[in-house]
Design a protein around this ligand. Structure first.
Ligand code: CTP
Length: 403
């Protein structure tokens, strides 16, 4: 998603500038071409040499802007060159300038001279962040379709306080950049409520044994990120997972569940508000008929396990779905993936289904990449070759946009 893409980064004067060095390195390693503008105050925190070494290119500063010997103005050159502009850390000062169209240095002039999407990653002390003037400027920028916003997160700040103001983590910013390069910054899910289920459920036999599956939640988290990056408000209901969701949760309402019954209860509690529901979770089909609240000894384990069916959440969502809702299911399959997926699509009254082969390399449970055949209720089919789960998530949202 990042290979050979032209990413322009504007670094503002804040301590989080040191974290942007890691972002530049990650982008370079992912194959992107990176150019960097340093504001004058940013040079108080990191050196031009650090940035030029990491980006493998000269760094641009206000000195280069005012004393340029190029026939074409530098802000126009850089503005036209960039496919995306990232401003990190975004200071209260630069935020105020952007909100009001002020251009008094290389970075703010380049913003006005470019057409590419702009990702803003603010970072500042909590008191500064909470100022009415800062919040008003932030609102203005969020309403502008050109700007995309990530963070700030809460945590320990450089001023030794715990509070809101930490810049989003470089890995999370990198994923947002990848999304914006894929969608060209369209916010087609702006104002939409998206409900996503993820991971696998566990059906416990006793406190230490359960029936489960290897789902990790990676596909569901990728769907949640992609939806947020396209402007949606997202609720993610996820089974037990080892994933560290903390960096991405800023814009995602996260509900953790264990069993299929819990997932069903949480899904049904919020589904009526959703415009789009994607059931990517690998939900149990059956559970042990009896649960022992104390651990069963080896000798008392039954040789055959009586099972009861569990609620088919997706089928029930299909039954209660309203006209305006779009319902998407997943079919994790081995062998022929299309025929069973079409049967599920019809049986559960879905608008679309993601037929997902789980018996191929680099695909399915736990993998960072995935592939699928997307099928809709009108009979359309689209094959998606292996790619990152985030890229597949965008393909799914592109596919259902026509619905
Ligand atoms: N699903 C659900 N509730 C369940 C089981 C599955 O909502 N109790 C959803 C999954 O989230 C997925 C889809 O249904 O979106 C998968 O369909 P399903 O028929 O359960 O697939 P399999 O369990 O693989 O069915 P089969 O074994 O019959 O192929």
């Amino acid at each position: 998603m990042l290979g050979q893409k032209r990413v322009l980064i504007g670094i503002g004067g804040g301590i989080a500038a040191y974290k942007v060095c890691d972002l530049i390195s990650q982008l370079f390693q992912a194959g992107a071409e990176v150019r960097v503008i340093l504001t004058e105050t940013a040079t108080e925190f990191i050196t031009p040499l650090t940035v030029s070494t990491l980006s493998r290119h000269q760094v641009y500063r206000d000195l280069d802007f005012w004393r340029s010997t190029n026939p074409r103005p530098l802000h126009i050159e850089l503005g036209e060159w960039s496919q995306i502009l990232v401003i990190a850390p975004l200071t209260a000062n630069t935020m105020a300038k952007l909100a009001h169209g002020i251009a008094d240095n290389l970075l703010t002039n380049t913003v006005l001279a470019s057409k590419s999407p702009i990702l803003l990653a603010p970072a500042m002390n909590t008191e500064m962040w909470q100022q009415i003037s800062v919040q008003k400027n932030w609102e203005i920028l969020q309403e502008n379709p050109r700007y995309h916003c990530i963070g700030p997160a809460s945590g320990l700040l450089a001023c030794d306080r715990f509070g809101t103001g930490r810049m989003a983590e470089p890995a999370e910013i990198k994923l947002f950049i990848a999304s914006l390069l894929t969608t060209e910054g369209k916010k087609d899910l702006q104002g939409k409520q998206v409900l996503i289920s993820a991971g696998g459920t566990r059906e416990y036999l006793d406190p230490v044994r359960f029936l489960g599956n290897p789902a990790t939640g990676k596909m569901g988290l990728a769907l949640a990120r992609a939806a947020v990056h396209r402007g949606a408000t997202v609720t993610l209901i996820c089974g037990p997972t080892q994933l560290d969701f903390s960096d991405s949760l800023n814009n995602i309402r996260f509900i953790s569940v264990v069993s299929a019954a819990e997932m069903a209860r949480e899904m049904f509690a919020v589904c009526d508000d959703a415009d789009l529901i994607v059931m990517s979770a690998a939900v149990a089909d059956v559970k042990p008929a009896e649960y022992s609240s104390t651990k069963l000894s080896k000798n008392s384990l039954p040789s055959q396990l009586p099972l009861d069916p569990v609620t088919d959440i997706l089928a029930q969502l299909g039954d209660r779905k309203s006209e305006r809702q779009i319902l998407v299911g997943f079919a994790a399959q081995t062998g022929d993936i299309v025929k069973p997926a079409i049967e599920k699509l019809k049986k559960k009254r879905l608008d679309a289904i993601v037929a997902n082969p789980v018996d191929r390399p680099n695909s399915g449970f736990g993998s960072d990449t995935n592939q699928a055949i997307l099928i809709d209720s009108k009979g359309r089919q689209k094959q998606i070759e292996p790619r990152t789960k985030l890229a597949l998530a965008h393909e799914i949202f592109n596919f259902i946009a026509d619905l």
